[in-house]
Design a protein around this ligand. Structure first.
Ligand code: ADP
Ligand code: ZN
Ligand code: ZN
Length: 747
């Protein structure tokens, strides 16, 4: 550049939602000056042949190309910053961590409506009511304007003002409303839908907190001691030990300092029960943010958090990126939950992002779980996190359930359940208890098989079986979603005896219905719960505490309280032993412990029966003794020996193509070309290319490269080297690839 005043170049750098890791430079039109262009504001800019919305990341930049070639920006959308310094720094961090496009990260931070250009302030709502004269006029007199008469009648019926959106949903138009206004029969006024800033001196509490027991008090005090420091706490507490009460009292302290609080929960954890506990406790606004909200509601919650008007924001993974005016505490409940990890695009973990945010903002982060992840436990053991434990159940004097390992080795099962177990279930039902049967497979049966020739219902496109479903009847591949009719004859030998193999939730429901004619059987899995309101209806029935059987997948294990459940039956516990994923056992232990925690939460001691082929397995025995901590220590020992996470940091590069050779030679090329660099990076191990656990999925072949290293920096160096080679490889366009840092699944 030849300008004398480099620092005054009218050039801004903008993050755009395009799949490129860099930002784009634009020149300011003469009527716009830097001081009016806030960093983090949205702008509309030309990009190729279209216009796009981006976010200003830097001002007065020296462009990489001659300034004459830059295009001018079209429009400034926000008059104030939308993403403040912290938020942009967080985005930069995440883009570096994922080696991903900054524009994609910025997009992820913004609610859809903001990405589309909607105004970034809470819209006031218009309300209508009848005026004095409108109240007394008989609508029949307005025979020349029948719709206006109807509208007047509707307004007269209501004492309270009616929202314009409501009137529109009844079929009235704005013109009709305005006509009544012109006639002096109706009047409008605007009202902001909610909420004062939460720090306006109003009380924080709406109810009196519980008296903490000693363990809880210790945990609360430990966090309060460090309430303004970037410390991470692991709150390890068995189910029912009162972790939520601990969160509530720490949150109270943060709110009393006029700070805001972010509470992250797993996808399934936003049950109304949980949210209501928070809403009941606090007088400050408690908002939620999750995928079940409309775009408008999401935008409102986002804005209320950013403007400091929401005291507490409870949300799922995506809420971890919400901006706050003054965030003072982050709580991550069930920190081990897999739903915190985003599985595509920008693959981030909301838990890990929360920790990074805490560090950046200087505020504490509390990770809670009955079954902490091995990563978190390792960090606690290494004293990077403060480790707080709750060993006793709080509240009502409930004891932990007894857990029995029921040997089914060499036993003949009826549709996946041992006859003796049915007897035990019957006894509980007769005594008025509820029974929860847990099977982690939906559908009727995992496969259909020909009795004569051995044909099985393989998916044409995947290395997998198609699951047999009865409702509605179909074969369904759960991996590629291919659906086909159920054949009446074997497609190979035309025999008619096709048999379901194994059991899923539907078959278990049928089996249990036949076994227990006197009691209702409810099924809970993705197929039944996908209908809106189903779960609520079901919970209502179960809350009546009449005897019944609940059969379902892991949806049953999380987040819901079933106080009358006296027996939990785990039908397929052994899956973790055969998993191709090194986290298989960890997940199994977490699931078993969580399921067991559902039994006997109130008045009565519960019982858990686990069907297993390996009743003598030392790991299962530990879980049966409620010793998740020893269980996790054993698993950690294995990980240490094999140098897998958390004893190393890991990244996976996955690639897929429609031909097997294509992927394997692509990845092999890359690894080979990288070798001279990789061998120079200390401690970095590159493994592969290896076939993915399910190599063929939806007709495409999947392979991967693993990177392992005991330190983060060299790991990222290695990643950068491989990605660079990938991007320059001539076959790059024929292969779809992705990077996953700290993968939670291998598939
Ligand atoms: P967790 O979140 O660890 O599963 P909860 O916070 O749901 O446990 O607590 C379990 C039950 O114990 C709840 O009914 C709760 O109201 C009750 N509880 C928690 N702490 C106390 C306490 N200090 N005194 C009395 N009851 C408590
Ligand atoms: Zn056959
Ligand atoms: Zn398939």
């Amino acid at each position: 550049m030849t300008s004398l005043f480099d620092d005054e170049l009218p050039v801004i750098r903008v993050a755009l939602p395009v799949p490129l890791t860099r930002c784009f430079d634009y020149i300011l039109p003469p009527n716009l000056q830097h001081e009016y262009l806030p960093l983090g504001a949205r702008v509309r800019v030309p990009y190729r042949n279209k216009t796009m919305i981006g976010v200003v990341m830097a001002r007065q930049v020296t462009p990489d190309i001659p300034i004459e070639k830059l295009k001018p920006l079209i429009e400034l959308i926000d008059d104030a910053s939308l993403l403040d310094d912290h938020q942009r720094a967080l985005a930069q961090w995440l883009a570096r961590y994922c080696h991903g496009p900054i524009g994609d990260v910025i997009s992820l931070m913004l609610p859809t409506l903001l990405r589309q250009g909607a105004a970034a302030h809470i819209q006031e709502e218009t309300y209508w009511q009848a005026t004095q004269s409108g109240r007394v006029l008989a609508p029949d007199k307005m025979s020349r304007a029948p719709r206006q008469a109807e509208l007047l009648r509707a307004l007269q019926k209501h004492q309270q003002p009616v929202a314009a959106t409501m009137l529109r949903s009844l079929g009235f138009t704005s013109a009709q409303m305005a006509a009544l206004e012109d006639k002096g029969l109706a009047e409008r006024y605007k009202q902001s839908r909610h909420l004062e800033p939460h720090d306006d001196g109003k009380p924080v509490l709406a109810e009196i907190p519980l008296q903490l027991n000693n363990e809880q008090a210790e945990a609360v005090n430990a966090v309060l001691d460090k309430l303004t420091q970037p410390e991470v706490f692991l709150l390890e507490g068995i189910t029912g030990s009162g972790k939520t009460e601990v969160y509530l009292q720490i949150i109270e302290a943060a709110l009393k300092q006029n700070r805001q609080v972010l509470v992250l929960v797993p996808e399934i954890g936003l049950a109304p029960q949980t949210v209501n506990r928070f809403k009941k406790r606090f007088a400050v606004p408690v908002m939620t943010l999750h995928s079940g909200l409309s775009e408008k509601e999401r935008l409102d919650a986002w804005l209320l958090a950013r403007d400091g008007r929401a005291g507490v924001l409870i949300g799922t993974r995506s809420a971890s990126m919400t901006p706050f005016k003054d965030l003072g505490l982050i709580v991550v409940d069930e920190e081990h939950d897999a739903s915190y990890k985003q599985g595509d695009g920008i693959r981030y973990s909301a838990r890990d992002l929360a920790i990074v945010r805490g560090k950046m903002l200087g505020c504490p982060v509390v990770l809670g779980s009955a079954t902490p992840s091995l990563e978190t436990l390792h960090n606690a053991m290494e004293k990077r996190y403060h480790w707080l434990t709750l060993k006793q159940r709080a509240g009502a004097k409930v004891q932990l359930p007894d857990i029995y390992l029921h040997d089914i080795h060499n036993k003949k099962l009826t549709n996946g359940i041992d006859g003796r177990l049915l007897q035990v279930m019957r006894t509980h039902l007769e005594q008025g208890g509820q029974v929860l049967a847990f099977i982690n497979r939906r559908g009727f049966a995992p496969a259909l098989m020909c009795h004569d020739c051995g044909w099985v219902s393989d998916c044409t496109f995947c290395d997998a079986r198609m699951t047999l479903h009865r409702e509605p009847p179909r074969l369904h591949c759960h991996h590629c979603n291919t659906v086909s009719g159920i054949p009446l004859q074997c497609p190979k030998c035309f025999a008619t005896e096709l048999k379901p193999v194994g059991s899923g939730t539907e078959r278990m429901e049928e089996t249990l219905e036949q076994a227990f004619k006197d009691w209702p059987v409810f099924r809970v899995d993705r197929d039944t719960v996908s209908k809106k309101g189903m779960m609520e209806k079901l919970l209502e029935k179960v809350q009546k505490e009449e005897p019944c059987v609940l059969v379902g997948t892991q949806m049953l294990a999380k987040g819901h309280h079933f106080p009358a459940v006296s027996l939990v039956v785990v039908l397929d516990a052994d899956g973790g032993f055969y998993s191709s994923d090194f986290r298989g056992l960890e997940r199994m232990g977490q699931l078993l412990t969580q399921v067991a925690g559902r039994a006997g939460r109130e008045q009565r001691k519960g019982k858990v029966v686990v069907q297993t082929h390996r009743p003598e397995d030392p790991l299962l025995k530990l879980l049966a003794r409620h010793d998740y901590s020893e269980f996790s220590r054993c698993l950690l020992e294995e990980r240490r020996e094999t140098l897998l996470p958390p004893y190393s940091f890991m990244a996976i590069i996955r690639a897929e193509a429609n031909q097997s050779d294509l992927v394997s030679s692509f990845l092999a090329d890359v690894v080979q070309a990288a070798e001279p660099v990789i061998t120079q990076i200390e401690g970095l191990e590159v493994i592969g290319p290896l076939p993915s656990p399910m190599e063929r999925r939806f007709g495409r072949y999947h392979m991967q490269i693993w990177l392992l290293c005991s330190k983060r920096a060299p790991l990222h160096q290695g990643i950068a080297c491989l990605l660079d080679l990938i991007n320059r490889h001539p076959m790059q366009r024929k292969v779809r690839w992705s990077l996953d840092v700290d993968p939670q699944e291998l598939i």
